[in-house]
Design a binder for this molecule. Structure first.
Ligand code: ZN
Length: 59
């Protein structure tokens, strides 16, 4: 089973899928801005999640 990460566009094994917690809505909103069809329950890959998390620290 694979999923496609919306931010890097790669097909990856589901073990690397991360569902972004609601406490990190700023990350969710940022992805939705670029990918309007994406839903948070679709998740993103671990690598992108870690990347966005370090890029977008809450103020
Ligand atoms: Zn990714």
């Amino acid at each position: 089973m694979e999923f496609t990460c919306p931010t890097c566009g790669k097909s990856l094994p589901r073990e690397l899928l991360v569902i972004i917690p609601h406490t990190e809505e700023h990350i969710i909103n940022e992805i939705k801005k670029k990918h309007p069809d994406w839903k948070e329950e679709d998740g993103i890959c671990k690598k992108c999640y870690n990347y966005l998390k370090t890029q977008m620290k809450p103020q």
